[in-house]
Design a protein. Structure first.
Length: 90
């Protein structure tokens, strides 16, 4: 599995695990907003829940685009959702 973040190849499953560990150890949570699924594709829309002492640690959200093969993620692509995006509730 390879991880693509912001349009560039970032690493493998280990890179995704390290990114998650860094984010969660900073006190940031992740809330699932919406899921869309087809045979070959799954999209997760998520919100970051930043800690009160560091409200700007992460951008408002993250979009996860999963390319599927036989029901398993082969290549997750991640894109940050920034302020002012159409899905931003603020």
């Amino acid at each position: 599995m390879s991880l693509i973040l912001g349009g560039s190849l970032t690493g493998d499953a280990g890179a995704l695990r390290m990114l998650g560990d860094h984010t969660y150890s900073a006190g940031v949570g992740l809330r699932l907003r919406e899921v869309t699924v087809s045979r070959d594709l799954m999209i997760w829309e998520t919100d970051f829940v930043n800690p009160p002492d560091d409200p700007e640690h992460c951008p408002p959200g993250l979009i996860w685009l999963h390319s599927l093969r036989r029901g398993r993620t082969q290549r997750p692509r991640l894109a940050y959702r920034l302020d002012g995006s159409p899905r931003d509730p603020r």
